[in-house]
Design a protein around this ligand. Structure first.
Ligand code: C2E
Ligand code: CA
Ligand code: CA
Length: 711
């Protein structure tokens, strides 16, 4: 039942009983239920018990008069909204004013016109109910707006009048009693970065009637920051002029903060709170833009904790994360404010625990770099800091890191290649034994490039006939004559000049080019010796060094081809094979050795003493000679250990009926020692460096070489 459907209750307050009766009869006829009070005090008591819908209140009463009663009645919570009609015979302005001030809703003058009293009372009730409904709506709207944090505002442009709702004041952090609403006052609350654009947008709305909702920041007088969504509309007059703006400001700070939290989760690493790799690359992109414009240098550091997996494996992931966090904090503390650091964790794909793997990599961006030395200083500091022990899980944990650095613009000019190059440098640092830093310098670039171009140049060297052989004589200790010659390859590089074999043989072996090169050496050596023989020089065998790939790939065919092509007596060819070649796959090695031996070619074991020859195999190999490695000869005769080894090798070789050759003989002392202990053949700078074919031919003349030394 609504208030309108219920039988209305009236309270009649008058000290005049007759008057009360008359009013009562009139109202009862109009459908009211009536209660009476003879004075103000009784009236106030009845308010609580009878809950009247309307009060008719005489002004002139003893004790508490109508004004006083009305004023007190308004203070009762249950009566504050009940309409009160004052009955007054005093129809001067002053008493009417007093009636309204006391909180009366309306007044009726005495004498009362009884015919309309019922209508009048009902009208007052309806009007006040309507007013109350409006107020109720207003307040529930305000409540709704407060809950939604939605403030309303209006601007009457021709009169320059502003209205702000209570919530608008609240959002702006202003006191409605003190602040005066105006566009200026509003703009003063807007964050200064957005003030100008906000003003422009509002003025645009006034001019063109268009406004795009915008997110702005409000700075409250206490310093509080609120994010606010600003909306506005305009009303036009008949002539199409904008006369009124109305709009809302909605406080979306919480929403904004939630979004920021989500963004944070997407952009930051959970364990360390540092930006992740993705956001680092974004930041790097921006920094590159700035550096490009201002011609600044940047350094990108890739820092990887060495063997971090071990920490996780031995102490558990909990402690691992703790250490990682502490390491991150230490790194941050070591850097300057303007440097950017991030972490990228490689996580185990598909595993729910998302375990950290080894290789937790930090990336650091150093901006504002004067010299790349500064980057080295930072790297040094970072390594130093990490070396200090960490406290985690109740014990000390030790960490080191490997750092790689790429510089902008030297090592790349986009984020991708810089990151990649820093990573490559970091891996290089790992290869160097960890706990160090490396630049992705041009030098590093150059090594890789050098290798590439070297390879293609090496391929062409054969066609271009850039190889040549030098020859080093081997002297018989007894006859003092040249009994053999070792062929040693050289590369006559068009730009680099003579390149020694140790600078290209490994690459030739790696690329397989050693096989055609080896074939060339064999052919050339055989032809040369054949030429010397034709020139009637003394019979000497020529020794050729053989590489492992060549030994495994058709060496016998190469040899027979070289012999057939040159027509050299096979007995004048010797192949030098290192211990490691011979020991690789003993059974096939043995077969190959026999094939070669059967051709009549001599076999020598080269660099003896450096590998791990098994004596029992050595016995089975059909060898002719054994060359003591230069490293043992070098410190003879002073080094007792080398002396002992050399003596033992000579003894052992002789017991196997092998000729013993000492290489690298540089001094007379060495010569004396070797002679004294029965070494058969000597080779080294003391007699001759490797020389050209023409120069060697001169030495082959009888006794020429050795004479000079022994006499
Ligand atoms: P290797 O077989 O031990 O050759 C001896 C090396 O010692 C030669 O270096 C030679 O010049 C050097 N040498 C000789 N006497 C002395 C001396 O008294 N003192 C010092 N310090 N060094 C001496 P080279 O010519 O630079 O050759 C280096 C290595 O390259 C050779 O070591 C050999 O393993 C390889 N090599 C040379 N030519 C060929 C080739 O045609 N084919 C293959 N596969 N490897 C070759
Ligand atoms: Ca050799
Ligand atoms: Ca050697």
């Amino acid at each position: 039942m609504t208030a309108e459907q219920r039988t209305p209750i009236a309270l009649i307050v008058d000290d005049d009983a007759m008057m009360r009766l008359l009013i009562r009869q009139t109202l009862e006829r109009s459908g009211f239920v009536c209660h009476e009070a003879g004075n103000g005090r009784d009236a106030l008591k009845l308010m609580g018990t009878h809950s009247p819908d309307i009060v008719l209140l005489d002004v002139v009463m003893p004790e508490l008069d109508g004004y006083g009663t009305c004023a007190e009645l308004r203070r009762l919570p249950e009566a504050s909204h009940v309409p009160v009609i004052m009955l007054t015979g005093l129809d001067d302005d002053d008493s009417i004013d007093r009636a309204y001030q006391a909180g009366a809703t309306d007044f009726i003058g005495k004498p009362i016109s009884w015919g309309v009293l019922g209508y009048r009372v009902r009208y007052v009730m309806r009007a006040s109910r309507a007013l109350r409904d409006v107020a109720k709506h207003q307040s529930s709207l305000e409540t709704a707006q407060r809950i939604a944090r939605l403030g309303g505002w209006e601007w009457d442009i021709p009169h320059n009048e502003h209205y702000w709702s209570a919530e608008t004041y609240r959002i702006l952090g202003l006191d409605p009693a003190q602040a005066h609403p105006s566009l200026e006052a509003f703009l003063q609350c807007v964050h200064e970065d957005e003030r100008r654009s906000t003003r422009d947008a509002v003025m645009e709305l006034v001019r063109c009637g268009e406004f795009a909702p915008r997110l702005i920041r409000i700075v409250q007088p206490g310093g509080g920051l609120r994010y606010v969504q600003l909306q506005a509309l305009c009303s036009l007059d008949g002539a199409g002029t904008v006369t009124r703006l109305s709009g809302t400001i909605q406080d979306v700070t919480e929403l904004q903060e939630a979004e920021q939290r989500i963004r944070h989760l997407a952009c930051y690493d959970g364990a360390t709170g540092l930006p992740n790799r993705q956001s680092f690359i974004e930041g790097l992109g921006k920094a590159l833009g700035v550096a490009r414009r201002h011609h600044r240098q940047l350094a990108i550091i890739a820092l990887d904790l060495d063997q971090f997996k071990r920490v996780n494996d031995t102490l558990g992931h909990g402690v691992g994360n703790e250490v990682l966090l502490a390491a991150a904090q230490r790194l941050v503390a070591t850097l300057r404010e303007c440097d950017v650091i991030s972490v990228s964790e490689q996580r185990l794909e598909g595993s729910e625990g998302a375990a950290r793997l080894d290789g937790d990599e930090f990336s650091v961006l150093l901006t504002d770099l004067d010299h790349y030395h500064d980057a080295a200083k930072v790297a040094h500091r970072l390594l130093q800091e990490l070396r200090k022990p960490f406290e985690a899980g109740g014990q000390e944990v030790f960490l080191t890191a490997s750092i790689g650095m790429a510089l902008y613009p030297l090592d790349g000019d986009d984020a991708d290649s810089l990151m990649r190059n820093a990573g490559a440098a970091m891996h290089f640092a790992k290869e160097q034994g960890r706990d160090n830093y490396q630049f992705y310098s041009r030098a590093m670039n150059a090594t890789a490039l050098e290798k590439l171009s070297m390879e293609s140049q090496l391929r062409k060297a054969l066609e271009r006939d850039e190889f040549l052989l030098h020859y080093q004589p081997k002297i018989d200790a007894a006859t003092r004559r040249v009994v053999g010659v070792e062929a040693l390859i050289r590369w006559q590089h068009p730009e680099l000049g003579i390149v020694p074999p140790n600078q290209f043989i490994p690459l030739a072996e790696e690329t397989g080019l050693i096989v055609p090169i080896g074939e060339w050496v064999l052919r050339s050596a055989c032809e040369q010796n054949r030429a010397w023989q034709r020139a009637r020089l003394p019979r000497t065998h020529i020794a050729v060094n053989i590489s492992s790939p060549h030994f495994r790939q058709g060496l016998t065919a190469s040899i027979s081809e070289a012999l057939r092509g040159s027509g050299l007596d096979p007995a004048l060819l010797e192949v030098e094979l290192t211990e490691s070649i011979l020991m690789q796959n003993v059974e096939t090695t043995l077969a190959t050795l026999h094939e070669i031996k059967e051709m009549g070619v001599r076999l020598a074991i080269d660099d003896f003493g450096t590998g791990y020859s098994s004596l029992s195999y050595l016995k089975r190999f059909p060898l002719d000679a054994l060359k003591i490695d230069r490293s043992f000869v070098k410190d003879l005769p002073r080094d007792p250990e080398d002396a002992a080894i050399t003596k033992a090798i000579i003894g052992m070789a002789h017991s196997l009926r092998l000729q013993v050759v000492a290489e690298g003989v540089e001094s007379r002392e060495q010569l004396a020692f070797l002679q004294q202990h029965g070494c058969d053949v000597l080779q080294g700078y003391l007699f001759s460096r490797p020389v050209s074919a023409r120069q060697l031919a001169q030495m082959l003349g009888p006794e020429r070489v050795a004479e000079a030394i022994w006499t």
